[in-house]
Design a protein around this ligand. Structure first.
Ligand code: ATP
Ligand code: MG
Length: 433
């Protein structure tokens, strides 16, 4: 078996080629000469023939390798061997995979290669006995062959162009997919950052309200102190005078002054105490953040939210990561309920009892029976499962939706993430002042 070789067909376009290559394969020199003589003036589509001569099948193999764009081969059957010509056909078609070149078999011994069998078995295009091949017949045979060859080359060229388009299309498609992927990643990151920043904004807003309260108290202290001391200073002046003139009156006045001072002191003490208590509690508490989110949502989105929050102090003890998870779940649940469910009312419950966090958000929206998780629910589910918790989203058309989260969390024991809960608590209390 000959080595298989990819035949690289350069699609010959009539405009591109200068001459049609015609190969004469025959062991008789005379046949070469006669053929050239007959076809000397031949032209097709204004292009002449270029003759290539080979005297053995072996030589023909070399020639076709050197000229893969040969258009027609006039081939003798019997040369160095009885079937040398047929073997050469096999080489061209099956090893070189050249299906375009037109092969005209010319035999002097028709008995050697019966026409029908040869045409069928060897993929040749015309079969002529040398005796019947007159000049006119040779001429028309070459003409027909060239016509077919030219057509096949054009088809081949279009096929190649189509393949190139297909390649280009695949490339464009792939690069488009890649771009979409990058864009999606980018958007997801932005989404994550945005959700995170809402927590930050809420914290900052609550901090500001604490600060405002402190400023108010400072002003109060300033006013009380100002009022009390200014009054006292003026009265002391008057007292100095009175001691000399009317000592008894002065004593009475001193008593009044003392009382005035005492009252002022009491007021200042009371205010300072409030400031102190507030300062002690002024880290941003989780329940404040939750309330703030609910109030802001009610105010801006024109919805009502029923809220049941028990064991408030217990919730404050949860690690910040868990608090953030719950906060984000609430935020996403509210957004989804408004955006997808067109809800106007929510019921929210958040309880931490007996080592279990129980979160439930119900809406009165349109509901759905076909849910494909997007970024919101997927993130939520992943985070809940990372804490060994369970996540459910239930929805029915016309019956609203319910988002439930249950997370086990033992404060004193080593928690599921391998952090000691108490250690985590002390470190991660937000803004402890
Ligand atoms: N409360 C709800 N009412 C009705 N349908 C909902 C509700 N919550 C979620 N869905 C449905 O579940 C889908 C997935 O929600 P998810 O939050 O995962 O993604 P999203 O809101 O579409 O996009 P993303 O959260 O990434 O902005 C929604 O597209 C919606 O069809
Ligand atoms: Mg969503």
């Amino acid at each position: 078996m000959e080595p298989r070789m990819e035949h690289n067909l350069t699609p010959s376009n009539t405009q591109q080629i200068e001459a049609w290559k015609l190969m004469i394969v025959d062991d008789e020199e005379e046949v070469h000469q006669v053929t050239k003589l007959v076809l000397n003036q031949f032209a097709y589509e204004g292009k002449p023939l270029q003759f290539i001569s080979a005297y053995t099948a072996q030589e023909a193999q070399e020639m076709i390798k050197a000229h893969p764009d040969t258009a027609v081969i006039l081939l003798d059957v019997v040369m160095e061997k009885d079937d040398a010509g047929l073997r050469f056909v096999h080489y061209v078609r099956d090893a070189m995979l050249n299906k375009n070149v037109r092969i005209i078999l010319r035999t002097g011994q028709p008995g050697q290669a019966p026409e029908k069998r040869v045409i069928q078995d060897y993929d040749i295009n015309d079969y002529k006995e040398k005796t019947e091949l007159t000049a006119q017949k040779l001429y028309s045979s070459v003409y027909t062959s060239l016509k077919t060859y030219n057509m096949m080359s054009e088809i081949e060229a279009s096929k190649m162009q189509l393949q190139q388009y297909a390649h280009a299309l695949t490339y464009v498609n792939e690069s488009l997919e890649q771009k979409v992927k990058i864009k999606t990643q980018h958007l997801e990151e932005k989404n994550r950052a945005l959700r995170e920043s809402i927590w930050g904004t809420m914290t900052a807003m609550v901090e500001v309200s604490v600060l405002e309260e402190r400023t108010k108290m400072a002003k109060e202290i300033h006013d009380i102190a100002g009022h009390t001391f200014t009054g006292t200073i003026v009265q002391c002046e008057w007292l100095k005078h009175l001691i000399q003139e009317e000592p008894e009156q002065a004593l009475l006045k001193a008593d009044q002054l003392q009382n005035h001072l005492r009252q002022g002191l009491e007021k200042i003490r009371a205010t300072v105490k409030t400031v102190y208590t507030n300062a002690r509690d002024s880290h941003v508490e989780f329940h404040r953040l939750v309330r703030h989110l609910l109030e802001e949502t009610e105010r801006h989105m024109h919805v009502t939210i029923g809220y049941k929050q028990k064991n408030q102090d217990e919730l404050e003890q949860l690690p910040t990561d868990l608090q953030k998870l719950l906060f984000h779940a609430l935020q996403e649940g509210l957004t989804n309920g408004i955006r997808h469910g067109k809800s106007t009312e929510f019921q929210f419950k958040l309880i931490y009892k007996n080592g279990l966090i129980d979160f439930q958000l119900q809406d009165n929206g349109i509901g759905t029976d076909h849910v494909t998780y997007g970024f919101g629910l997927t993130m939520m589910q992943e985070q809940v499962e990372a804490w060994n918790g369970e996540f459910f989203f239930q929805s029915k058309p016309g019956k609203g939706s319910t988002l439930s989260i249950v997370i086990p969390y033992e404060r004193s024991a080593t928690n599921t993430r391998g952090e000691t809960a108490t250690g985590e608590l002390n470190i991660s209390r937000m803004n402890s002042s």
